[in-house]
Design a protein around this ligand. Structure first.
Ligand code: ATP
Ligand code: HMH
Length: 264
């Protein structure tokens, strides 16, 4: 039988196509992985913002995961927008038996325009139920602040927060520095022992819709292919940098990145 890397995304639909399920599937495809999806909510979005959020039933989310995993299977999976505590618990219950599957948890909480993609009372379900199953969690600065209660303004505080999130029981923490100010963007991976830092130039652009989703999808696809974590993070980082740099400049607001970006 042919061996193709299989990747599952469990996330919200973004009608604008730049974030969520759509960003994930485009990115999986670009990385040569076979993409599957379990939709948690339908969001009405464009580059101008979020206009509506329509969650799926918990049963519908659980069933999508259950049926694709027991038939097709997955080498890696990622979670994005999960909306509420009941969906988080259902996702954790479905994934728990698949302990060989590499899980990337992108703890999506708020869209760039400020719209809530996760209910406040869902944080505990996330930290207690889902994070222990994750190979790696990929918070941005506001999400890391919410998970830890710490204030993060610089690289040292990012390292402290990474340690605190690791202490919640996650194997690896990938702290994204896109939200901090400065001419450079610093992303920090912490495996419980050492920090691995990747620094690149900050691109001056408004086209950053879905950067977090696209980054974690690239990471998931590489893990599905069997790439070791540090190398997978480096590839995903190069991909998102190139995708932001060559963004197609669509829409009147925060446009999507270039999911056709090529890295060598
Ligand atoms: N302006 C930028 N220039 C260069 N790299 C960037 C820029 N913005 C983001 N990145 C890269 O993209 C990655 C993800 O970005 P960010 O931290 O903004 O994610 P996010 O807030 O989760 O995104 P979103 O919520 O829109 O999906 C960062 O770790 C960084 O490597
Ligand atoms: C569906 C969805 N997931 C995640 C994000 C975060 O970028 C978004 N804007 N929309």
């Amino acid at each position: 039988m042919k061996q193709v890397a299989r990747a599952l995304t469990i996330a919200g639909s973004d009608s604008g196509g730049g974030a969520g399920i759509q960003a994930d599937l485009k990115t999986f495809h670009q990385f040569g992985a076979y993409g599957m999806s379990a939709i948690t909510a339908i969001t009405v979005q464009s580059t101008l913002g979020v206009f509506g959020v329509y969650p799926m039933t918990t049963e519908a989310v659980a069933q999508q995961i259950h049926e694709v995993l027991r038939d097709i299977g997955a080498d890696a999976a990622k979670t994005g927008m999960l909306f509420d505590a009941a969906i988080i618990r259902a996702v954790a219950d479905e994934l728990r038996p698949y302990n060989k599957l590499k899980l990337v948890v992108d703890p999506v909480m708020i869209a760039k325009g400020g719209a809530k993609l996760l209910q406040d009372d869902a944080i505990e379900a996330l930290t207690k139920g889902l994070l222990p199953l994750a190979e790696v969690v990929t918070p941005n600065v506001p999400e890391a602040e919410c998970l830890t209660g710490m204030q993060i303004r610089n690289a040292e505080q990012m390292r402290e927060a990474a340690k605190a999130i690791h202490a919640l029981g996650v194997r690896n923490v990938m702290m994204k520095g896109g939200h901090l100010e400065g001419d450079e963007v610093r992303d920090i991976l912490y495996d419980g022992q050492a920090f691995h830092e990747i620094v690149h130039e900050r691109i001056q652009t408004r086209h950053t819709h879905g950067t977090g989703c696209t980054f974690s999808a690239a990471l998931t696809a590489e893990l599905a292919k069997g790439t070791p974590l540090i190398e997978a993070v480096e590839k995903a980082n190069r991909f998102i940098f190139e995708a932001i740099k060559t963004a197609p400049e669509l829409g009147g607001g925060h446009g999507p990145t270039n999911h056709w970006a090529v890295i060598e």
